[in-house]
Design a binder for this molecule. Structure first.
Ligand code: ATR
Length: 271
């Protein structure tokens, strides 16, 4: 029986066991996917223990996405460029490969929602400069976005990221001005999440066919997406990013072709 899992701290609220459990059942695979609460001090020991216990690999979530890179014996190109690992694959012989599938999840979700959207047309605005923003900046660059504007409450973090990925930094207080003429706006912060303040931003003045993407998925319709909808922009909810980022890992550990994101999976995860 093939086994995989997810490591994080805390881990109780991870949706990954539900996602992979759904696919194991759907595709009739005799496998197991478990959540492991791993304290940062134990990261290396636990990762090696899981390898030696015969796991095929695991997903990595907060706070380990960067620290796990030191445990990996090899990183694929995306993980190196993004600077974080969310998927680990154990190879025969003991090699520990770190990958990052967040950019894939981000872009696949957007393309599924709006297949005809032209990313090369107008500037994109990225709101927030944390871990999620890194994968999104990488994905936008790869999609050929002509200009990326980055805004973050803490400007130093934005500036460091802007240097790495080649973007223009806009002051947090000027975020509404930053969306002027933009074709894409993406919230990568936790603002708008249930229990958090909403992201205050005026979306007037974006391109008429603009796309607004919120990676927050609880609630699914965030205040940001509601205001985007009112203005007639295209909207992308965040849950699909979570579902799509899981697909390459599942394939790597359990075999077969890429598992599908279907309505029943969406219902299972949102339940
Ligand atoms: P993740 O890895 O999920 O992106 P993170 O690295 O903690 O999480 O990043 C959180 C992002 O949300 C950051 O851009 C953070 O801004 P700071 O760099 O200023 O901390 C942003 N964020 C969180 N709470 C915020 C708030 N109340 N107002 C504005 N930005 C906030």
């Amino acid at each position: 029986m093939k086994r995989a899992g997810v490591i994080g701290h805390p881990i109780a609220h991870s949706k990954s066991p539900r996602i992979h459990g759904y696919w194991l059942k759907k595709y009739g695979i005799a496998g197991e996917y478990q959540a492991y609460d791993v304290h940062p001090h134990q990261l290396r020991d636990e990762a090696l223990r899981l390898r030696d216990a015969g796991l095929a690999g695991f997903n990595v979530t907060l706070p380990h996405k960067q620290a796990i890179m030191d445990v990996c014996t090899t990183l694929n190109d995306e993980a190196t460029r993004i600077g974080a690992v969310n998927t680990v694959v154990f190879h025969p012989g003991g090699e520990i490969e770190g990958r990052n599938t967040d950019a894939f999840g981000f872009m696949t979700n957007a393309i599924e929602a709006h297949p005809d959207f032209d990313w090369r047309q107008n500037p994109a605005v990225v709101i927030g400069a944390g871990g999620a923003a890194r994968a999104i900046l990488y994905a936008l660059k790869r999609a050929g976005v002509p200009e990326i504007r980055l805004t973050n409450r803490t400007i130093d973090t934005a500036e460091a990221l802007a240097e790495e990925f080649g973007c223009r930094v806009h002051d947090w207080d000027e975020r509404s001005a930053a969306v002027q003429g933009a074709g894409v706006a993406i919230n990568t912060t936790s603002l708008g999440m249930t229990g958090q303040p909403s992201l205050e931003i005026d979306l007037h003045g974006m391109a008429s066919d603009a796309l607004v993407y919120d990676i927050v998925y609880a609630p699914l319709q965030t205040p940001l997406l509601k205001s985007a909808e009112t203005l007639g922009y295209r909207c992308v909810t965040g849950i699909g990013m979570l579902l799509h980022q899981a697909r390459p890992g599942f394939q790597a550990w359990f075999g077969g072709s890429l598992p599908e994101v279907d309505d029943a999976l969406l219902e299972t995860v949102l339940a």
